[in-house]
Design a protein around this ligand. Structure first.
Ligand SMILES: NC(=O)c1ccc[n+]([C@@H]2O[C@H](COP(=O)([O-])OP(=O)(O)OC[C@H]3O[C@@H](n4cnc5c(N)ncnc54)[C@H](OP(=O)(O)O)[C@@H]3O)[C@@H](O)[C@H]2O)c1
Length: 277
């Protein structure tokens, strides 16, 4: 990897930043694709996000930013425009700096997740899904699953009111995009009868975490997918494999986003740091 005066700089906005996995994947892939760009971590406290984004507008070497916890919603509000599902959900996880210094945001978490499923041989079209979680990542995944044509989506969350609010947003999204999908709040952690079970919570990151669903209800013919990346085999994935279900690790989701990040921010070409992009 060679950095020179024309290198396009992407910053990874996070707080904290020590756990980030994306730079390690993004930078070798840039080299592989012959893109003169680099992604660097920027640990920014929430109270300084607004000033930092003002800096991005003025820094002509900056092509854009990748955004993660806790900045996805605030950064969307600070963008000049949001595209696609980001405009409906009002969250962004990638931002492009336009040549005039304005900022355009998108959310690629859901696209990355569905891309990861497909690369693991799982097509969600027509599937009945149990999605655990109602945070930002769960919402983006749900939106992408609806776009991918799932037939039924049940949302289970520790805080039921948050799942109910999410279902209302998804109903609006399905109506606006003309998708026919049965949307419900799940009553309990029972995966019986589903094709695809997804953990979109942080459960599984720490030893002693509860399992997101009842493992006795997992079995052959199902796929169990994770968003948690570390450990790579979470207790949920281990329980699913033990009972004969297919598994897709959390890493598949981030791998599914690397090329879309590049294509969105760099235009899929070795764009110069200044000028049209
Ligand atoms: N693989 C990838 O590429 C990738 C990318 C981005 C993020 N992630 C992972 O995605 C996860 C969720 O991120 P997010 O942005 O959606 O976070 P978030 O908005 O804070 O939502 C967290 C979700 O987890 C639930 N939760 C947290 N602790 C729980 C517990 N002890 N028991 C039951 N439920 C619990 C929350 O339930 P309540 O609503 O009840 O609080 C909520 O549904 C994180 O672990 C993050 O590391 C993965």
């Amino acid at each position: 990897m060679k950095i020179d005066g024309t290198t396009s700089v992407l910053v990874h906005l996070a707080y904290p930043a020590a756990h980030l996995q994306t730079p390690q994947l993004f930078n070798p892939r840039c080299a592989e694709r012959g893109l003169n760009a680099v992604l660097v971590p920027w640990q920014v406290a929430p109270e300084h996000l607004s000033t930092t984004m003002e800096t991005l507008r003025r820094a002509e070497s900056v092509a854009g930013a990748i955004v993660t916890i806790p900045h996805k919603e605030t950064s969307a509000r600070l963008c000049d425009r949001l595209e696609g599902v980001a405009a409906i959900l009002q969250v962004a996880n990638v931002i492009r700096r336009e040549a005039d210094g304005t900022l355009t945001g998108r959310i690629l978490d859901g696209e990355g997740f569905v891309g990861g499923l497909r690369r693991n041989g799982v097509d969600p079209a027509g599937a009945s899904v149990l999605l655990v979680g109602a945070g930002g990542v769960a919402l983006a995944i749900a939106a992408a699953l609806i776009e991918a044509g799932v037939s039924r989506l049940a949302v289970l969350n520790r805080t039921r009111a948050r799942a109910e609010a999410m279902i209302l947003r998804l109903e609006r999204l399905a109506a606006e995009t003309g998708r026919d999908v049965a949307l419900t709040v799940a009553d309990g952690p029972d995966a019986t009868g589903t094709d695809l079970v997804i953990n979109a919570t942080s459960l599984g990151m720490h030893a002693g975490d509860a399992l997101p669903v009842d493992p006795a209800t997992l079995g052959p013919g199902m796929t169990v997918a994770e968003v948690v990346m570390v450990p790579e085999v979470t207790p949920l994935l281990a329980a699913a494999a033990e009972r004969g279900a297919g598994t897709v690790p959390g890493r598949a989701m981030i791998l599914g986003q690397i090329d879309p990040f590049m294509d969105f921010v760099l235009g899929g070409a070795d764009a110069p740091a200044t000028g049209t992009r």
